[in-house]
Design a protein around this ligand. Structure first.
Ligand code: SF4
Length: 221
């Protein structure tokens, strides 16, 4: 990742993180999984698909294919039939099949606890790899999805045009020990309060620290 320095908005980062922690003390991944393999597959399925739908699909999928070897052995059309409720299911079926074949041949059937190895798998980008290393292996990482991108930039924790820039800027500003928790706090805040079209600024405990929220409230009065 490039490490260019961008001047970031002057916001009280510690206070923002403390308020997020207080607002979302139980924030965690909404995907159901029992091991790194299941988390990897569930995260691949979650692109442009709700976690609720993924959680409805994965029990039958993992019952049929409990390991990477079993998933790689399943013909792609059969795999596709099991994940049809998820968007982009044709390409996801191919990617999951091919990724599982690589897990089997190059990693002994295990998911590597290694970001660089994960992003070499078909269909696995930075966000998915970050979700897997942080949630399955407790390696600090900030996965930037649509909620993290939106909320971080509204709060002034980032001033970025892309998820990659947002990730870099958040890593600069947030202590490494908080990276994974901050990822969950921002997602939960984005789902519950700082929603995309109509953020609930007047009900938001972060309003005193949030440049976007304060501007919205000023404009409305
Ligand atoms: S004040 Fe508004 S814009 Fe800022 S974090 Fe809260 S809901 Fe989002």
């Amino acid at each position: 990742m490039a490490t260019e320095k961008v001047t970031l908005p002057r916001v009280p980062v510690k206070k923002i993180l403390a308020a997020l922690a207080e607002a979302h003390p139980d924030a965690h991944t909404a995907l159901d999984f029992e091991n790194p393999f299941q988390l990897l597959v569930a995260t691949m399925l979650s692109a442009q698909c709700t976690d609720k739908t993924v959680n409805a699909v994965t029990p039958a999928l993992f019952a049929r294919c409990p390991t990477a070897a079993a998933m790689a052995a399943l013909p792609v059309p059969d795999l596709g039939a099991l994940i049809q409720r998820c968007g982009l299911w044709r390409s996801k079926a191919q990617h999951i099949h091919d990724a599982c074949a690589i897990l089997e041949t190059e990693h002994g059937g295990e998911v590597p606890a290694d970001h660089a190895a994960l992003v070499r798998l078909p269909g696995v980008g930075r966000k998915t790899a970050n979700v897997v290393v942080s949630n399955a292996f407790a390696i600090p990482a900030i996965a930037v999805d649509t909620h993290v991108f939106r909320v971080a930039n509204r709060l002034g924790l980032a001033a970025a045009r892309t998820p990659e820039e947002t990730e870099r800027q958040l890593m600069r500003r947030i202590p490494r020990r908080d990276w994974s928790r901050a990822h969950h706090w921002l997602i939960w805040h984005g789902r519950q309060v700082c929603i995309a079209r109509n953020p609930r600024c007047t009900a938001c405990t972060l309003l005193p620290f949030c440049p976007t929220g304060r501007a919205r409230v000023r404009a409305a009065t």
